[in-house]
Design a protein around this ligand. Structure first.
Ligand SMILES: Cc1ncc(COP(=O)(O)O)c(C=O)c1O
Length: 453
């Protein structure tokens, strides 16, 4: 390596979930700053941040108060662990989250991100059952195509075989049921209530297939991200709650994306009227100004761990980091003060209506989602819902759409973890003008993509 040649992003930075070979001869996009719902690259070009970074920057970019909070906290106490000790910001944030969370979800176990929160919830569920006389309950159920993170446990819960294949064998005992993709429903596609009952009943069926005495927990996102934003059909979650209660299985609401305003409520479960036993969350808790995650646990599940000499033998050096906890508190103040949850509820119908205009394009098969969290499924034939071949996905979705959207000023996600989708989740400060800009870029690029199919 020459000391005089400035390193490029490709030379040393190992980008996540990235085919590094794609960048051997192509410059890596380098984003240098953000303002509101926009980001700028190192050549001065501006883009719409149509994905809030990675479903993270809910309050929008460039919030000085969050940056200044981080600096103040680092100067006062940059670090102390929460292993047998506490620091004020972790105490305050745990209290704040406990008050915001529904029901008796009162205990907060901090992590540094979402996958760790999911990992924590599975381990906690296993030990909870051991402590309460059910040592055989260790299995978990989650949904096809759902993404729950990369640690071995969280990856085992993930329903994406291609992501898991390089790392098999994974943690035993994780089982999948169908998700709530009504667009491709095998039954009841024209009756959301009946489809919701059917999909919830697949969970009960799987519990019975495995034997209720072996099942520890069910992991579900309020709106499933991977596959392209599948909201729950009416009645789905209340029925899942009943099923879990009937069989003594814990319900984990994985809200790594769906919390902190993304769906217009602090927690996604609020929006869909259910109270889980645990909530896993991360991302938007600080709007990305510093990393943190959490597993919020009900008093009932936490109680056996608070008895006598019991301990949950689990933790992270940086869990509940003082700077991140301080930033999370300031971010929650900001979301409150600016009424961003309310804003999402007031404007989500406009966001949806703007994206729905794209339905006149032959390549747009479905538009779905909730809050500021939507997916557009692409098809080759609207009538038959025929999807892309692997070759078309490679050539059109990745080779053209993904790059062309970015080149035209829209950072968002073109994804084929289920069927091909474009995903949109702008910062919660977005309004009609931004929705229109997003629609105009999508219309132009999707029209040109169609010509390539
Ligand atoms: C639902 C869900 N769970 C877990 C994770 C993993 O979170 P992290 O990348 O912070 O580990 C994600 C990330 O997108 C997610 O969407």
């Amino acid at each position: 390596m020459s000391a005089r040649t400035p390193a490029t992003a490709y030379d040393h930075l190992w980008m996540h979930f990235t085919r590094m070979g794609d960048y051997a001869d192509t410059p890596v996009p380098v984003i240098v700053r953000g303002e509101g719902a926009y980001i700028h690259d190192d050549r001065g070009k501006r883009y719409i941040d149509g994905l809030s970074g990675l479903f993270v920057v809910n309050a929008g970019h460039g919030r000085r108060e969050l940056a200044e909070t981080a600096a103040r906290q680092a100067a006062e106490l940059a670090y102390f662990p929460i292993w047998g000790y506490a620091h004020p910001r972790a105490v305050e944030l745990a209290e704040r989250l406990a008050h915001l969370a529904p029901g008796d979800l009162d205990k907060v176990f901090f992590t540094t991100g979402g996958g760790e929160a999911v990992e924590t919830a599975w381990k906690l569920a296993k030990q909870y059952h051991k402590l309460t006389g059910n040592p055989g309950r260790y299995k978990v159920i989650s949904r096809a195509v759902a993404y729950h993170g990369t640690p071995h446990g969280a990856l085992s819960i993930t329903g994406l075989p291609a992501l898991k294949a390089p790392f098999e064998p994974l943690v035993p005992g994780a089982f999948r049921v169908p998700n709530t993709n009504i667009y491709r429903a095998p039954v009841h596609g024209d009756d959301p209530e009946a489809f919701g009952r059917w999909a919830a009943d697949r969970i009960e069926e799987q519990i019975l297939f495995e034997g209720p005495d072996t099942v520890a927990a069910v992991f579900l996102e309020p709106v499933q991200n991977a596959g392209g934003c599948f909201p729950p059909p009416p009645g789905y979650f209340p029925r899942v709650r009943e099923i879990c209660d009937r069989h003594g299985v814990l319900l984990v609401s994985d809200e790594v994306i769906c919390a902190f305003g993304r769906l217009g409520t602090t927690f996604g479960c609020e929006r869909y009227g259910y109270v889980p036993d645990m909530i896993t969350c991360a991302k938007g808790m600080t709007s990305g100004y510093s990393p943190i995650g959490a597993c919020i646990v009900s008093d009932r599940v936490a109680e056996p761990f608070h008895r006598g000499g019991e301990a949950f033998l689990h933790g992270y050096t940086f869990g509940g980091h003082p700077v991140s906890a301080a930033v999370a508190l300031a971010n929650l103040d900001l979301l409150d003060r600016e009424g961003l949850n309310r804003r999402v509820r007031d404007h989500e119908a406009d966001f949806r209506a703007t994206l729905d205009r794209l339905r006149d394009l032959p390549v747009v098969g479905d538009v779905r989602g909730s809050g500021y969290f939507h997916g557009i499924e692409l098809v080759k034939d609207k009538a038959t819902k025929e999807t892309f071949t692997p070759e078309e996905t490679e050539r059109v979705l990745y080779g053209f759409l993904s790059r062309e959207l970015f080149a035209n000023g829209l950072y968002c996600r073109a994804d084929d973890r289920g069927d091909p989708v474009i995903q949109l989740a702008p910062p919660l400060v977005a309004g009609q003008q931004l929705f229109d800009e997003i629609e105009a870029i999508l219309r132009d690029v999707l029209t040109r993509a169609w010509a390539k199919l």
